[in-house]
Design a protein around this ligand. Structure first.
Ligand SMILES: Cc1cc2nc3c(=O)[nH]c(=O)nc-3n(C[C@H](O)[C@H](O)[C@H](O)COP(=O)(O)O)c2cc1C
Ligand code: SF4
Ligand code: SF4
Length: 187
């Protein structure tokens, strides 16, 4: 997870997502940590999780959004679901340092490098709008095919006019650079 420190610089640390429901993602930390201070000061974080062994067999999910500290009653549920925490904080007294945060509003993307072509998908939660950035071809396209010849993922379909399969696009920008009539927009 990345947060901003007191100078506005990024600071990362490994944190477990311990639970989720329709209201967001849940994790815990100790109130004495710098991480806790950064969360309370900025109320915003960004995270990436990766599953897989080698780069080309990995799927990642990246999420960013707003966090809030929530009631202590959620703590016992999280500890039960993630019982290894009783080894790290073995006594009731030591667990008093712990508190729970919810990532409740934001957006993100999963990215699957194990597929050919690659697959990606954007999502939003908690009332945030999906960030559907990327490259889009307008109606001015004349179907010349130059963009397809430089596309590393072959994710441009040409049927009269060209269209980009967004779920397979790397956002590399090659197509935009070669289009002779500048009809590809970066959103
Ligand atoms: C695998 C792994 C999981 C961790 N999970 C958590 C966690 O869920 N919550 C937490 O506060 N710290 C967790 N930590 C420890 C934090 O990464 C560590 O306390 C953090 O770097 C402290 O940052 P700070 O010094 O900026 O507060 C984990 C560490 C590892 C290696
Ligand atoms: S941005 Fe790159 S991957 Fe996406 S359509 Fe253009 S050339 Fe292909
Ligand atoms: S290079 Fe430009 S004009 Fe040619 S097919 Fe691609 S988007 Fe259309």
């Amino acid at each position: 997870m990345a947060t901003n420190d007191e100078n506005g610089n990024p600071a990362t640390c490994a944190v477990d997502i311990m639970d989720y429901d329709e209201n967001g993602l849940y994790f815990l930390t100790a109130k004495g940590k710098s991480f806790y201070k950064r969360l309370k000061t900025n109320g915003y974080l960004s995270l990436t999780g990766i599953k897989g062994e080698k780069t080309l067999s990995c799927i990642s999910v990246s999420v960013r959004g707003e966090v809030k500290e929530i009631e202590a009653e959620r703590l016992s549920g999280l500890l039960c679901k993630n019982s290894y925490m009783f080894e790290i904080y073995p006594t009731e007294q030591s667990r008093r340092a712990l508190t729970v945060f919810c990532l409740f509003r934001g957006f993100g993307e999963w990215f699957d490098l194990s597929r050919k072509p690659i697959e990606r998908f954007s999502f939003a939660f908690g009332g945030e709008k999906t960030n559907s950035g990327g490259y889009y071809i307008t109606d001015k396209c004349n179907g010349c095919g130059k963009c397809l010849s430089v596309c590393p993922q072959n994710c441009i379909d040409i049927a009269g006019k060209a269209t980009i399969r967004q779920e397979n696009c790397l956002h590399c920008g090659n197509c935009e650079k070669v289009c002779p009539i500048q009809t590809i927009d970066r959103r």
